[in-house]
Design a protein around this ligand. Structure first.
Ligand code: 3PZ
Ligand code: ZN
Length: 339
C-alpha cells in the first residue's frame, strides 16, 4: 500500500463548477487598476514576474486588451540594468535571471522584442554560466537548475542559444537526474516537480530529450502521475505533500513534454482546479477555500489549457515549455522537442 496520501476533502456543494472567466479577468486587471499602476497588490521583489503572470493569463483568456501595454513596457524599461544587461523585479533592485526571463517573455508577448539589446542580454546570461555548465541566478552565486532553464529560455526567445556552452549546460542538467527518474536543483538534491519541469524544459529547448532512455522516461512518467491524489484529484509537488493548483502546471507540462499527459485523470484534475476558483473575487487559490493570487490563477488556467477541455475560443493553447500562448511561439518560429 505504501505511505497513505495526505489529501483534502472538497465540499462539492460550496465550490464553483464552471469556469469564471469574467471574474478572473476582473481579478487580474484589479492588480493593475488600483492606484492606476501595476504596482498595487504584487509585492515589489517579484513584480516583474507578477506582470508576466497576469499578462499571460489575460492573453490566454482573450482579454489582453484590458491592460495598459504602454505602462507595462515603460515599467520594464525602468527595470533594465544597462550595466549588466539583465532586468530586476522593480526599479533600483538588482537584476536576476528569474526577472530577466519574465521581462523577455512579456516583451515577446507584447510584440516589442525590438526593445531588447540582444548583445547585452547575451553577455549578461553568458557571464552567469559556471565551468561545470550550471548557471547562477545573479551575481550573488546561488546555483539551481531553475536558472539553467531561465538562461536557455531567454536565449531561445531571442534566437541566440549558441552564445553559451550548451554541451556543458546539458551535462550539468543530466548530473541532477536522480535514481527515481526525477531531477533536483543541484546534483544529489531530491526530486521535485518544479525542478523536473525546468530540467525537461531545458532538454526540450536544446533538443536533447534523447539523453533520457526509455526506462528513465517511464520511471519519470510514473513519478509524475503519482502526484495525483485519489480523493481531491489535485496534484502535489512531491510525496506526502498536499495538492496545489500550481502543480497542475509543473506536472502536466512535464508529462506533455514526455508525451504522457494521458496518464493523468483529466476529469478529476479539472474539477480540482475549478473548485480552487474564488467565486466572489475571481482568481484561483492553491487549493479550494484559500485566498486567490495571480500565480495560481495563471497556473490553473494553463493547466486547464493543457487538459484541452475548453475550446480555443475560451482558453487559448499554451506552450508547455515556455508557458506562453502557443500562437506566439508559432509566429516566432521557435522549435522545441516534444516526445
Ligand atoms: C508563490 N514564489 O517565492 S515567491 C509565488 N509561491 O515569489 C507567487 N505554491 O507568499 C505567488 N507556495 C504566490 N502571486 C505564491 C512565487 C514562489 C512560489 C509560493 C507557493 C506557491 C505554494 C507556498 C516560488 C516560479 C517563480 C517563483 C516560485 C515558483 C515558481 C509568497 C510566497 C512565495 C513567493 C511569493 C509569495 C505566499 C503569487
Ligand atoms: Zn502553489
Amino acid at each position: 500500500m505504501g505511505t497513505p496520501q495526505r489529501d483534502i476533502t472538497i465540499d462539492t456543494s460550496k465550490v464553483p463548477k464552471d469556469l469564471l472567466i469574467e471574474k478572473h479577468c476582473a481579478f487580474l486587471t484589479g492588480y493593475g487598476h488600483s492606484h492606476n499602476t501595476y504596482e498595487y497588490g504584487t509585492t515589489d521583489y517579484l513584480r516583474m514576474s507578477g506582470i508576466y503572470w497576469l499578462c499571460t493569463c489575460l492573453d490566454l483568456l482573450h482579454s489582453l486588451k484590458l491592460i495598459d501595454q504602454e505602462y507595462i513596457i515603460d515599467y520594464i524599461q525602468k527595470c533594465y540594468d544597462k550595466n549588466s544587461g539583465g532586468y530586476s523585479p522593480c526599479p533600483n533592485h538588482d537584476p536576476h535571471l528569474l526577472y530577466t526571463l519574465s521581462a523577455v517573455q512579456i516583451l515577446v508577448q507584447l510584440n516589442r522584442i525590438d526593445l531588447i539589446d540582444k548583445q547585452n542580454l547575451c553577455s549578461y546570461i553568458k557571464q552567469l554560466q559556471q565551468d561545470d555548465g550550471s548557471f547562477m541566478g545573479d551575481q550573488w552565486g546561488e546555483i539551481d537548475t531553475r536558472f539553467s532553464f531561465c538562461a536557455i529560455a531567454c536565449l531561445k526567445l531571442i534566437d541566440s542559444l549558441d552564445v553559451i556552452d550548451i554541451d556543458r549546460a546539458t551535462n550539468f542538467i543530466m548530473n541532477c537526474l536522480n535514481f527515481d527518474g526525477g531531477f533536483g536543483c543541484i546534483p544529489g538534491a531530491e526530486s521535485h516537480a518544479g525542478q523536473i519541469y525546468c530540467c525537461l524544459g531545458f532538454l526540450s529547448l536544446v533538443q536533447r530529450l534523447d539523453n533520457l532512455d526509455l526506462s528513465t522516461r517511464n520511471m519519470l512518467g510514473w513519478w509524475l502521475c503519482e502526484r495525483q491524489l485519489d480523493k481531491s484529484g489535485g496534484l502535489n509537488g512531491r510525496p506526502e505533500k498536499l495538492p496545489d493548483v500550481c502543480y497542475s502546471w509543473w506536472v502536466l507540462a512535464s508529462l506533455k513534454i514526455l508525451g504522457k499527459i494521458q496518464w493523468i485523470n483529466s476529469e478529476k484534475l479539472s474539477k480540482f482546479i475549478l473548485a480552487s476558483q474564488d467565486d466572489e473575487t475571481g482568481g484561483c487559490a492553491d487549493r479550494p477555500g484559500n485566498i486567490p493570487d495571480p500565480f495560481h490563477t495563471l497556473f490553473g488556467i494553463t493547466g486547464l489549457s493543457l487538459l484541452n477541455i475548453y475550446d480555443e475560443n475560451i482558453i487559448k493553447k499554451v506552450n508547455p515549455v515556455l508557458c506562453m500562448p502557443e500562437y506566439i511561439i508559432q509566429k516566432m518560429g521557435i522549435k522545441m522537442q516534444l516526445l
